[in-house]
Design a protein around this ligand. Sequence first.
Ligand code: MG
Length: 248
Amino acid sequence: MITTKRPEDFARMRRAGAVVARIHEVVREAAKPGVTLLALDAMAADVLADARCTSNFLNYRGFPGTTCLSVDREIVHGIPSKRRLKEGDILSLDAGAIYDGWHADAAITFGIGEIQPEAARLIEVTEKAMWAGIEATRPGARLGDIGYAISQVAAPHGYGVVREYTGHGIGLQMHEDPQILNYGTPRKGMKLKAGMAICIEPMFNLGTHETKVLDDDWTVVTADGAISAHFEHTIAITPDGTEVLTLP
Ligand code: MG
């Protein structure tokens, strides 16, 4: 079901979104070689508690962390563990917050210390693709326009565009309809309307687009072991265009 949000609903989501942006800031600052993923996850929990928000990830279908922390070949849904970051890793941080019942959800990927040029390029292009998807979002645009814009950014680089995991609607639930694919055909698919809120989240792999899930039943990795990057923002569709809700 797709629900229409009122301006006051977007205001609550914006407040949740600012907390998510703060988690990104705190975790990114702390993510240095030698730091464990569990330590970073605890910092995110502290930010949420300070802001009197709750985590939409913790206990989601039994997920054991406040955030998803995915390193290198891990695409999404990495479980915060005792694993220590090391120089050259790339870390995807996916985090969310619930304020007064309303959700926000956003992800960033960044390097730990000095990283390989190909990793830096993958991160840069994936972020650029997220913004291309956001720019394609407006009342009257169709879902295919977003997916097409995203995949066109990957194409010249030959990156694998993940197909099994997608963006989504968001509001009183973290995952609402519609599903937002990271590929598509222009002018096809559902039409976007003011009052919708969606998460746009491309995941690009350095190699194949194919994925598999590890034995922990959560961590999604690239099938070929190549590295992967992920960016996400929560977007409100307004009568005038869009607003990114997950900004500081
Ligand atoms: Mg999401």
